[in-house]
Write a protein that binds this ligand. Structure first.
Ligand code: ATP
Length: 312
């Protein structure tokens, strides 16, 4: 097609941007697997200010496609981009979210996924991609779905999708996908340590079973929100013993508590102030197994539309 016609066509086509936060599980309690192999969970999600941005643009043509760019500490991260870009478009949660909502006779789209959440890092990066896409598509084609309806659709895409849509602090039961929000708006300051290699969530659950770590689950009202707890930590640490040192170095540098985020390998440490955050990050930067660090706040609001992309 002639370039100027293409440019004019592009101007008529709509585009939209949305973002969704990653999460830290402040509490992750895991029971014995049920007959279907899934482990029942009681978990407290806190949405944190590390975001996936999704830019959806209507395009001429008939084929939807995905472009991925990853960032680490606000700079483009070619290695992570390469890994994330290897996910085939048909399997990509952003594509599956698009297809779950797409009305008939809508134009093809390009979805550009700007990722800051490490892939397979235990922070729900893939779920955040789906959550942001659901919010974006709902607005792009004026579908009028409520947040609850989007969460309901999101559950079929991934257990953490509802929490990424809801944001804030939520309690998840079942597979973690049946949510209730709880009133806990204490502002938290987290520092995160990323690893060179992701951890497979199924591999961590398999290790959890091998080590026989299942415990009776608490009732929602019995959860103590003051202490970070992760029943998957022992399994993740047995697969990645070096993570323990990362947590301990955070404590030595003044962090209050640390935790393996979800199924790992990201380590999340709670700190009291900016100065301690800087000290922890400086100490982590000296460790050979830390690929990068960042400082985030929580809880933050869930998936939402944005006027523009941040400047990385
Ligand atoms: P989980 O939600 O399973 O705990 P996680 O938070 O540790 O996962 P994710 O980044 O969501 O990490 O990746 C989980 C798995 O899904 C990995 O195998 C990864 O390759 C794959 N994955 C990551 N992002 C996407 C995506 N957008 N679409 C499809 N698969 C993805």
């Amino acid at each position: 097609m002639n370039t100027s016609i293409l440019q004019r066509l592009r101007r008529l086509l709509a585009s939209i941007i949305a973002r969704a936060p990653g999460k830290v599980n402040r509490i992750l309690r895991v029971g014995a697997p049920a007959d279907d192999g899934y482990h029942p969970l009681v978990t407290v999600f806190e949405a944190v200010s590390l975001y996936e941005y999704v830019h959806i643009e209507e395009m001429p043509g008939t084929v939807d496609y995905i472009v991925t760019v990853c960032y680490l500490n606000q700079a483009e991260d070619p290695e992570a981009t390469h890994i994330a870009a290897a996910i085939p478009d048909v399997d990509h949660l952003a594509m599956r979210a698009l297809q779950a909502l797409r009305p008939p006779a809508t134009p093809a789209v390009r979805i550009t996924v700007h990722k800051s959440i490490p892939t397979a890092g235990g922070m729900a990066g893939g779920s955040a991609d789906a959550a942001a896409t659901l919010v974006a598509v709902n607005a792009l084609w004026c579908l009028g779905l409520s947040s609850d309806e989007l969460q309901q659709i999101g559950r079929s895409l991934g257990a953490d999708v509802p929490a990424c849509i809801a944001g804030g602090v939520t309690v998840g039961v079942g597979r973690g996908d049946v949510l209730e929000s709880i009133d806990d708006n204490v502002d938290h300051h987290w520092v995160l340590a990323f690893s060179y290699q992701g951890l497979s969530t199924p591999a961590v659950f398999a290790q959890f079973d091998r080590l026989n770590l299942a415990r009776d689950l608490p009732r929602k009202h019995d959860i103590d929100l003051h202490y970070l707890t992760n029943d998957l930590a022992a399994a993740a640490l047995s697969l990645r013993p070096e993570l323990e040192e990362i947590g301990n170095v955070a404590l030595e540098a003044g962090a209050q508590q640390w935790i393996v985020s979800g199924s790992g390998p990201t380590i999340a440490a709670l700190v009291g102030d900016e100065a301690t955050a800087s000290r922890v990050r400086a100490a982590w930067a000296l460790l050979p197994n830390v690929r990068g660090t960042c400082s985030v706040r929580g809880p933050v609001t869930g998936a939402e539309l944005c006027e523009k992309l941040p400047s990385w």
